[in-house]
Design a protein around this ligand. Sequence first.
Ligand code: GLN
Length: 498
Amino acid sequence: MSEIHHLSIQQLITGLQNKQFSSLELTEHFIKRIDALDSKINSFITHTSETALAQAQAADEMRAQGDKRPLLGVPMAHKDIFCTQGVLTTCGSKMLHNFVSPYNATIVNGIDKAGMISLGKLNMDEFAMGSDNSSSYYGTVQNPWSLDRVPGGSSGGSAAAVAAGFVPVTTGSDTGGSIRQPASFCGLTGIKPTYGRVSRFGMIAYASSLDQAGSMGRSAKDCAYLLQPMVGHDPRDATSIKHDIPDYVQDIHDAEAAAGDQPLAGLRIGVAKEYFSNGLNAEVEQAVRSALQQYEALGATIVEVNITDPEITLATYYMLAPAEASSNLSRFDGVRFGYRCENPTDLIDLYTRSRSEGFGPEVQRRILMGTYALSAGYFDAYYTKAQKIRRLIIKDFDDAFTNCDVIASPTAPTAAYKLSEDLDPASMYLGDVYTIGVNLAGLPAISQPVGLNSEGLPIGLQLIGQHWQESKLLTTAHLFQQHTDHHLQHSAIAQETV
Ligand code: GLN
């Protein structure tokens, strides 16, 4: 049983079907690991072990009675940005330190219906604002590969929990890279779907025109398994779109069956010089370029494309995302739910002190930036201008996709870094340079591990797809993973037995 946490979702399903282990045994195994090792990582904010064990027992009974749902009884965990009925939902903030959600996010319902078992709620940057989990009210998260490194963010807990072998898969959310960058820092695969593919209902809003939920796991196929119950049209989210829903795992199996010795023959991978710019760490560049050679060896061809200068994209994102955040976060006012200051003297004092005491510095910084950009005198100069540039960024992607099927880039300019006092916010924002364009254009993208640097830290490659092409991304990454073993490396914590 000690190796159970190294198994893929497919192996877990087969093991459950063949009665190699029960769901109860699986769940106990993972809970035991979390209890023994999470004090080193701090990936969970809330544990739901008791309900999980009861659900596991129920899942075993249902399976024995002929219930054929493949994911029945498979453990997972949620980023604490998703509302979970009856369970604390903090979004990494003091503002929601006491918020027990009265309803489930649509994706939480979908995953429940598939029969999966949630082991708890995962640590994250406060309101998903950040790239290294340092803004969480519940403390920083340590990278399971090297405890003095950050796990990335904002879905840092989601990434660290999988990389530590605490759960096989987790949910995450991605507004500007928050699934892909922590996946890259923790040696995982993570997919951010097309905007509108996954319902945002019950996912606490950061920047509504950019936010999208997705899945994280050790392999593309594991991500495909968890993504399936998350996708689909939801009338409760006005930006959710009706679109054909593929069977992601079946598509992977079909691609595998059709694959010859050049499984990726015909795939055109666009490479843009703008994504190999100043500031890209040399070891990251080397690992990404050698992965591209492996892609070529599998039959893909590399074509040159151009995309918008990432510095322009970065400035556009850091104008629009805070603007939307300042509007979204105005609902947290200390009145109906969440943190309320002690002894307010009047209504204005209640608003001001509840927000000043309830929000951390990074969130306050974004609210101030966003409110400034939206204020009457500056609206056109900042917000409107950024919206116009967003349109051009979308067009540049459209043009690039006339020559290629997917676009490849490093996921982040560096591997996981050490948390230091003098990492100023602007330098942290620079780390998002390769991921944010995807959100501005509403495109799907996946990050997959492509090797370790000289310090033994994982490096990620990003593949960007055209709208609705999640299946192509998952299948492509899977075929690559079938012929390589970067995704099979284990972090230091994952190798510890308990
Ligand atoms: N690091 C980016 C930010 O802080 C992206 C965060 C995210 O995707 N939620 O805005």
